[in-house]
Design a protein around this ligand. Structure first.
Ligand SMILES: Cc1ncc(COP(=O)(O)O)c(C=O)c1O
Length: 489
């Protein structure tokens, strides 16, 4: 193919040829996004994906097309088939719901297109402000550090890396883990991201002790103490306890005050996984339950869950900011910071984490906090807890249902029960109920297993949920169960 002639002095090849026409198209696209968010709760929560949506055979587009055509395709091919977490009846796993202002902040992020690895530009100070606000919220001392990242999994990975340096010295960065004999502890209800982090850091998940839980699914601290003593006696080096504020299955809170004392006495790092529960501090009603969080060595949590910032937005806070920096800093010649010019503005976030190039995730958090304010965000969180309590009570009043865990925060785990069914049959029935609720587009709870029993798990991190949504769920569970029971042998 002959090479088209290239005008070396022409305007951008990729900018719109006609900005004014493009603006009109872009405004229409913004309307599509806003309408989607506003109208989604009136539709099915989730719709089974037709083949054309899953079709990977479309050829790679060599020729471009107008933005309006592409937006049209988004409208028909993607928007009707989203996960459903912007809908009022989505309660699966732990998903944030998004906000209308989040659409605007994501748009601004794209316009600014900041690279947040470092250097001296206004977005860096927005991130620093957000970290400072978080330090204040969790009452960590001055000198604590923090970094915004993609989520609690990556925040926990970074935190455990700092804990490793705390235990084995900064030489572990060059020399690796051999002969360190490190062992860590977390409850049997903790999130899989903890063991994954140990695998990635080469410590290995076999070095993670699984501490049993009390009937309320919080860590049994007396067993923790005994396990640590046993490992010390065997010459191993206990270096880390990961506690959870809001376990993924049931929302249980570990006793972080006791765990903090155990860790302080033995010089062990205490990391708190507060993926969703930690932002309970935004609510004056929940905050007292989190008081001991200020004693943690590090805290991981998400803005994209209970604060509804657009994906993906998590955060790591570290009490010892200097150790945090020592764990990740490296300054090759091409990344030297200066006292003046674009390369000023030390320290750079790249010295506190894994990534160099990073997005301007902080803007979404900053906009959300500025526009909503802590009190309004806290009210939405507390309302979810009250809704969970309401559903828990409704379950307890219904003799066909059984509450499978105390409602300690925003999660309700329950199952349908029928006397004549075996444990196995009850497990399959309850798993089927979850799937039927989803495929019929009624609601999206998720399924999990508690002490061998399959349960229907309703995790309300959803500011759009109304009590009527939960009533609809309650009614649908009963109806579907009766239908399924008829089909069962
Ligand atoms: C308690 C807990 N920890 C960690 C995670 C992982 O968070 P992320 O998905 O942001 O990596 C989750 C996710 O639901 C969680 O509930």
């Amino acid at each position: 193919m002959p090479e088209p002639s290239v005008d070396l002095n022409a305007d951008s090849i990729l900018d719109p040829a006609d900005w004014s026409a493009f603006c009109t198209e872009a405004h229409l696209a913004l309307d599509v996004a806003l309408n989607f968010m506003q109208e989604r709760p009136g539709e099915a929560v989730w719709t089974e994906l037709p083949d054309e949506v899953k079709n990977f055979t479309e050829p790679l587009p060599y020729e471009g097309q107008p933005l309006s055509t592409v937006v049209d395709e988004i409208k028909h091919r993607i928007l009707p088939y989203t996960l459903g977490n912007t809908h009022s009846r989505f309660w699966g796993w732990v998903h944030g719901t998004g906000t209308a202002s989040g659409i605007v902040s994501q748009m601004m992020v794209a316009a600014i297109n900041a690279n947040m690895g470092g250097r001296d530009h206004a977005p860096m100070y927005i991130e620093a402000q957000v970290i400072e606000w978080m330090r204040h919220l969790f009452a960590l001392p001055p000198g604590s550090s923090g970094i915004i990242c993609s989520g609690t999994s990556s925040a926990t990975l970074m935190a455990i890396n700092v804990a490793r340096v705390h235990a084995a010295g900064v030489e572990v960065r060059s020399e690796g883990n051999s002969n360190t004999e490190l062992v860590a502890y977390t409850s049997s209800e903790s999130h899989v991201s903890v063991s994954k982090a140990l695998e990635i850091l080469g410590i290995g998940s076999a070095a993670l002790r699984s501490v049993p839980t009390h009937p309320d699914f919080s860590m049994d601290c007396s067993v923790l103490v005994a396990m640590i003593a046993e490992d010390l006696a065997s010459g191993l080096k206990p270096f880390l306890v990961v506690s959870t504020l809001g376990t993924v299955n049931t929302g249980a809170f570990d006793d972080i005050a006791t765990i903090a004392t155990v860790c302080q006495d033995l010089g062990i790092w205490h990391h708190v996984d507060g993926a969703f529960g930690a932002l309970g501090v935004l609510s004056e009603k929940i905050k007292p339950r989190l008081a001991a969080i200020s004693q943690a060595d590090s805290i991981a949590f998400d803005f994209h869950k209970w604060m509804h910032v657009g994906y993906a937005a998590g955060c790591l806070l570290v009490r010892d900011g200097e150790l945090h920096r020592q764990t990740f800093e490296s300054s090759p010649a091409y990344l030297q910071s200066e006292t003046q010019g674009v390369a000023a503005g030390s320290p750079w976030p790249s010295e506190y984490g894994i990534e160099l190039s990073r997005g301007f995730t902080a803007l979404g958090v900053w906009v959300q906090l500025k526009e909503m304010g802590v009190q309004r965000l806290g009210r939405a969180i507390y309302r979810n807890c009250l809704q969970a309590q309401w559903l828990g009570e409704a379950v307890e009043l219904d003799h066909t249902l059984e509450l499978m865990a105390p409602v300690s925060l925003n999660i309700v785990c329950f199952r349908y029960v029928a006397d004549h069914l075996s444990v196995g049959a009850l497990n399959s029935l309850n798993k089927r109920i979850v799937v039927e609720l989803q495929v019929r587009g009624i609601a999206v709870p998720s399924a999990t297993v508690l002490r061998g029993h399959s349960v229907i798990r309703v995790c309300i991190t959803n500011h759009r949920t109304r009590r009527s949504d939960l009533e609809a769920l309650h009614q649908a569970v009963g109806g579907i169960a009766l239908e399924l029971l008829k089909e069962m042998p």
